[in-house]
Ligand binder design. Structure first.
Ligand code: SF4
Ligand code: SF4
Length: 195
């Protein structure tokens, strides 16, 4: 994928520090994201993430969806009671900034992948174009193409590896709980209980 005028314009967006993207959206994470956060914060994986359920009408369990003994789930970063991301600080900053998930690193840009997980485009994140949140980004210095592509390529490799683990899990005859799944993908669990 080559840089072009549209992408250059997109990459020039400067964050307006409004924190909407740390409050009102689900932050998808991979096992690699969670491992970095566990190492950085000392918080165990089962406390860092939560799962949300699959729409029963949708039969598709490809991609990020994994099957547990009680249904299909996806994994996202945990939130506080008020709905903010658990890492959103009082000053609207990210208290886990150095270990923040890949999605957060390139937001409000997102990479579009093909079936082989190759990056085919860079776009404004869907949550902005769908108006789920009002992003206050405005034209400024933004990020360089090389920086954003370097992060997007790393995210692509980690995401592809995560999807392979999910595929293995989904092919297992015996499905387990949230913590069984987290252990299966190599994450540290603090509790013995099965949730
Ligand atoms: S929603 Fe946009 S402007 Fe607000 S913090 Fe996120 S990236 Fe920055
Ligand atoms: S991890 Fe940090 S940057 Fe990402 S949503 Fe949470 S507070 Fe925002």
């Amino acid at each position: 994928m080559k840089n072009n005028k549209r992408i250059s314009k997109l990459l020039k967006l400067d964050c307006g520090q409004c924190s909407s993207c740390c409050r009102d959206i689900q932050v998808d994470v991979t096992d690699a994201d969670v491992k970095r956060l566990v190492k950085h914060t000392g918080i165990s994986a089962d406390r860092l993430v939560r799962l949300y359920g699959h729409n029963k009408d949708d039969k598709d369990i490809e991609g990020d969806w994994f099957k547990l003994s009680y249904g299909k789930r996806a994994i996202v970063l945990n939130k506080k009671r008020n709905g903010d991301c658990m890492f959103l600080g009082k000053d609207n900053g990210c208290i886990a900034y150095k270990a923040r998930p890949m999605t957060c690193r390139i937001f409000p840009v997102c990479a579009v992948y093909d079936e082989e997980h190759d990056i085919v485009n860079l776009e404004k994140s869907e949550v902005i174009t769908d108006k789920t949140i009002t992003c206050k980004c405005s034209p400024g210095r933004g990020q360089t193409y090389n920086n954003i592509m370097s992060t997007a390529k790393r995210a692509r490799i980690e995401h592809a590896a995560f999807i392979r683990k999910i595929d293995h899990w989904n092919k297992r005859v015996k499905k387990g709980s949230k913590n069984d799944f987290l252990r299966f993908i190599g994450l540290y669990i603090s509790t013995n209980g099965s949730r």
